[in-house]
Design a protein around this ligand. Structure first.
Ligand code: NAD
Length: 498
């Protein structure tokens, strides 16, 4: 059986803790590999190694750092198909979707290639008599990323590319459920010319995460995963004085106005609700038609589309979506469907009985669709993270606007309408971090920032875009007057620029 160790000091090393976790192949349900789970001591050793390597890397000029990123892009293109296949087999999503996962990560690497420009400081000549002021951005040192199972290529790249480009050394603790692609990405960075020790992958579970949080040499932690863990990491990282940006779960609503193009809307809901088996933090999980006629028109078109969804193996290119990540995840989603029925929602399409012929042990289920969901129900309040879409009927626009705004989560939201006034009002007023107008998955492009509000994001800087450079650097400001400057004699009160 394949074993997956850690990637430390520029090469794969075997774990020494004696603890391992199973890595499944969701499409067959088989255990395909064992991943080592790091002990506190192994994490400490990786951090020490990274700390030693960072000094020279931080002093390497940004153009040379950018060139390594450029070379990495080239190597990732070379290995694209291989990476996508590995990703699909460990995660369960289809190969075309796995390619999207890799691509959205590479776009942030492309952004990081602009580091010589992005890290430029500010300069003011003559800020006072003979005084010039300038600021510079400096790397933090060793920083860490803790990432979820659902984007095993994209989210690690969102973290390590800007961090490393800024001159930091990086310790990645990816999800123990699909660690193969993060390991492969680290090897590609070394092949691209990254010095050993600058990008390390330490596999593990809570023990490895807690070792990161307690390590005094780790200066910042970027987390993506479920909200309770995001909040735990944010609070514990703050206690030890680390920078932290922690992104959590979601319940993304799509508001459907009476004037929406219903065919376009249904296409959008089907793709965004069920793609990747609903295991996306930006999946649409709640549809809110405004008015009874809109709701009836929506359901008439939506029900046959959900019934016709094609579930397939991860390597079937014609599948709409594949299996869920683990049996536990599958059972959890099915339990939520049962909860919804008990709470009184109408199960318009029930995909729980789906069986994949020839792959009976795989973690498959069909798409489920609930109608008449209300905001007091658990299936509305909690994140299900599976192929389940809930329809909450709103009487008018204001009621629809209030639903995502009052919800605990605030990651993404979309409105479908032809009315520019309504769209503009919605974008301005809705209490959610990322908004789509006739766009169901409004993940901003790499040079904007990504981040949710409320329980979907703890911390004050977003991922990628300009915020990522701010997060992974500290600003130093220098006020300079040379001896030849104006001589004013001793000054006992606070200097001002009067
Ligand atoms: P998870 O919270 O279970 O795990 C995320 C990471 O935390 C993993 O590396 C895991 O090993 C670690 N972890 C798990 N339990 C821990 C504990 N008790 N203590 C310390 N560390 C722990 O999340 P997941 O199931 O891997 O991913 C799915 C979740 O991630 C969903 O809630 C989804 O919405 C969210 N997500 C959010 C975003 C975003 O940008 N907001 C993006 C992708 C996924």
């Amino acid at each position: 059986m394949r074993t997956i160790g850690h990637f430390i000091g520029g090469r794969e090393v075997k774990g020494t803790s004696g603890r391992t976790a199973d890595v499944f192949e969701p499409m067959t349900g088989e255990v395909q590999a064992k991943v080592d789970l790091a002990s506190k001591a192994e994490m400490r050793a990786a951090v020490e190694n990274a700390k030693a390597a960072q000094v020279e890397w931080g002093n390497t000029n940004p153009q040379r750092r950018a060139r390594i990123m450029m070379k990495f892009l080239e190597l990732a293109q070379r290995d694209y198909d291989k990476l996508a296949d590995l990703l699909a087999r460990e995660h369960g999503k289809t190969v075309p979707d796995a390619k999207g996962d890799i691509q959205r990560g590479l776009e942030v690497v492309e952004f990081a290639c602009g580091i010589p420009h992005l890290m430029k400081g500010e300069y003011t000549e003559g800020a006072g008599p003979g005084i010039d002021i300038y600021s510079m951005r400096q790397p933090l040192g060793v920083v860490a990323g803790i990432t979820p199972f659902n984007f095993p290529a994209m989210i690690p790249m969102w973290k390590f590319a800007p961090a490393i480009a800024c001159g930091n050394a990086f310790v990645l603790k990816p999800s123990e459920r699909d660690p193969g692609v993060p390991m492969a990405l680290a090897a590609l960075m070394i092949e691209a010319g990254l010095p050993p020790g600058i990008l390390n992958v330490v596999n593990g579970d809570k023990e490895a995460v807690d070792a990161i949080l307690d390590d005094p040499d780790i200066k910042a932690v970027g987390f993506v995963g479920s909200s309770p863990i995001a909040q735990y990491i944010y609070e514990r990282a703050a206690q030890t004085g680390k920078r932290a940006q922690c992104f959590g779960g979601a319940k993304n609503h799509a508001i459907i106005m009476p004037d929406a193009d219903m065919d376009q809307t249904v296409d959008a809901l089907i793709g965004a609700g069920y793609g990747s088996a609903g295991e996306r933090c930006m999946a649409i999980s709640v549809a809110v038609p405004v008015g009874k006629t809109t709701a009836d028109r929506l359901m008439e078109k939506l029900i046959p589309r959900v019934e016709a969804l094609k579930i397939g193996t991860s390597i079937d290119p014609s599948a709409d979506f594949g299996p869920l990540v683990t049996r536990a995840a599958l059972e959890r989603v099915k339990d939520y469907v049962e909860v919804g029925i008990k709470e009184g929602a109408t199960l318009a399409v029930d995909g729980r009985g789906f069986k994949m012929q020839g792959y009976e042990n795989g973690f498959y289920m069909g798409g489920c669709l609930f109608d008449n969901v209300t905001k007091d129900m658990r299936i509305y309040k909690e994140e299900i993270f599976g192929p389940v879409l809930s329809v909450v009927r709103a009487h008018d626009y204001n009621e629809a606007l209030a639903l995502p705004s009052d919800h605990d989560y605030g990651n993404g939201v979309a409105i479908f309408t032809r009315d520019g006034d309504a769209a503009r009002d919605f974008a301005a007023k809705v209490n959610v971090g990322m908004v789509g107008i006739n766009v169901p998955i409004p993940v901003p492009i790499a040079y904007y920032t990504f981040g949710g509000w409320k329980k979907s994001g703890f911390g004050d800087l977003n991922q990628h875009g300009p915020d990522s450079i701010r997060f992974y650097t500290k600003t130093k400001t220098v006020t300079a007057r040379w001896p030849s400057g104006v001589k004013e004699g001793a000054e006992f009160s606070i200097p001002t620029m009067k």
